[in-house]
Design a protein around this ligand. Structure first.
Ligand SMILES: NC(=O)C1=CN([C@@H]2O[C@H](COP(=O)(O)OP(=O)(O)OC[C@H]3O[C@@H](n4cnc5c(N)ncnc54)[C@H](O)[C@@H]3O)[C@@H](O)[C@H]2O)C=CC1
Ligand SMILES: CC(C)CC(=O)C(=O)O
Ligand SMILES: [Mg+2]
Length: 369
């Protein structure tokens, strides 16, 4: 198979985890005889420094000419005091809007060998397997006005939470479609006791639920949801929520797996050009040290192969290789609890070695060759 992938490493550890992931894709391409062409683009802080724009036109063009996109992360202290339109994060938000990447799927599934790495009790996290379906192109991060103003003669500030009804409907439809293929339970998370947008969200959730009689709908207020994620995370199957709530809850949920560096995500578009990105950011505190955990990005790439290219065996091979490496006790620093750890590059090499050693893959390749 010949396919092109746009690579937007971005800033900080974004560069390191994308580089580690490219090595995995090259290895899987060689093993399964696929030709993946990589098209690099600038986004975020680097793009501001080199082009004066966090999302240059060339980057949008590179994405649109590709079959799928992998993004690392954007941001860093260097640009923290820039005016808002020259913040690296603006580049990512603009790309999500430009490509209508409205559905961000963030699976939270524990690995057997990492049960002790979670700060939560092992018996609570064992068997956790749910997905956060986060709306990604609306809500507070996109509403206008978003500015400093003067109100009643006082300095004030306004951010706007705006959703069109169809935006709420389509993300809930995505959540119900996903739930139908899973354990058929949607927890719709909102703040309907306070926010009008959440009241409409609830109404739409009820309407959509009526079209999926085999799926159970439960409403949960976001503050309770934040607590339930810690108290009994196994209760969740699909969590459907708006942009900011999903952003916050997913970082919280990452600790069920042991590290933010483990959480992959897929940002799906209405147009079919999807973007795959880790849940974490550019981690300036560890950037440039070759110690970041690349697994979130590597698992995002596995989802890309499955979702965008239909390469199920290849996706499974990567997921199994990651599991085998973790089972062998190898850990990056975030999971090593002060013990022996391996670098970002070494983790990538270990996963490549595990791919090469996997007898199932060798059998598949022999069957197809
Ligand atoms: N998708 C994106 O591009 C995102 C960008 N950001 C940006 O990233 C910058 C840093 O934000 P933070 O709040 O520090 O969030 P962050 O997600 O970058 O880091 C939070 C903490 O988790 C650790 N961490 C994150 N990913 C890791 C990995 N793969 N391996 C090991 N440890 C990892 C970091 O070292 C840090 O201690 C900011 O500029 C922020 O706006 C934040 C979140 C998402
Ligand atoms: C630019 C931010 C909204 C990125 C982020 O925190 C996320 O998507 O999880
Ligand atoms: Mg986030």
């Amino acid at each position: 198979m010949k396919k092109s992938i746009a690579l937007l490493p971005g800033d900080g550890i974004g560069k390191e985890v994308v580089e580690a992931t490219v090595e995995i894709l090259k290895a899987i391409g060689e093993q399964f005889n696929h030709q993946f062409q990589f098209n690099y683009g600038l986004i975020g802080g680097d793009a501001i420094d080199q082009k004066g724009n966090p999302l240059p036109e060339e980057t949008i063009a590179i994405c649109k000419e590709s079959d799928a996109i992998i993004l690392g992360a954007v941001g860093g202290p260097k640009w923290d005091h820039n005016p808002v339109e020259l913040r690296p994060e603006r580049g990512l938000l603009a790309l999500r809007k430009e490509l209508d990447l409205f559905a961000n799927l963030r699976p939270i599934k524990t690995f057997e060998s990492l049960l002790d790495s979670s700060p939560l009790k092992k018996e609570y996290v064992d068997g956790v397997d749910f997905v956060i379906v986060r709306e990604l192109t609306g809500g507070l991060y996109f509403g206008k006005p978003s500015e400093r103003i003067v109100r009643d003669g006082e300095d004030a500030v306004v951010d706007t939470l705006l959703y069109k009804r169809y935006e709420i409907e389509r993300i809930l439809v995505s959540a119900f479609e996903i739930a139908q293929k899973r354990r058929k339970h949607v927890t719709s998370v909102d703040k309907a006791n306070v926010l009008e947008s959440s009241r409409v969200w609830r109404e739409v959730a009820e309407e959509v639920a009526a079209r999926y009689p085999d799926v159970t709908l439960e409403h949960m207020l976001v503050d309770n949801a934040a607590m339930q994620l810690i108290r009994s995370p196994r209760q969740f199957d699909v969590i459907a929520t708006e942009n900011m709530f999903g952003d916050i809850l997913s970082d919280e949920a990452s600790m069920i797996t042991g590290s933010l560096g483990m959480l992959s995500s897929a940002s799906l578009s209405s147009g079919g050009l999807h973007l795959y990105e880790p849940v974490h950011g550019s981690a300036p505190d560890i950037a440039g040290q070759n110690i970041a955990n690349p697994i979130a990005t590597i698992l995002s790439a596995a989802t890309l192969l499955r979702q965008s290219f239909g390469l199920e065996e290849e996706a499974k091979a990567i997921e199994k290789a990651v599991e085998n490496v973790l089972n062998s006790g190898k850990r990056t620093a975030d999971l090593a609890e002060g013990g022996k750890s391996i670098s970002t590059k070494q983790m990538s090499e270990e996963i490549i070695n595990a791919l090469a050693d996997d007898q199932d893959i060798i059998n598949i390749i022999e069957t197809y060759s």
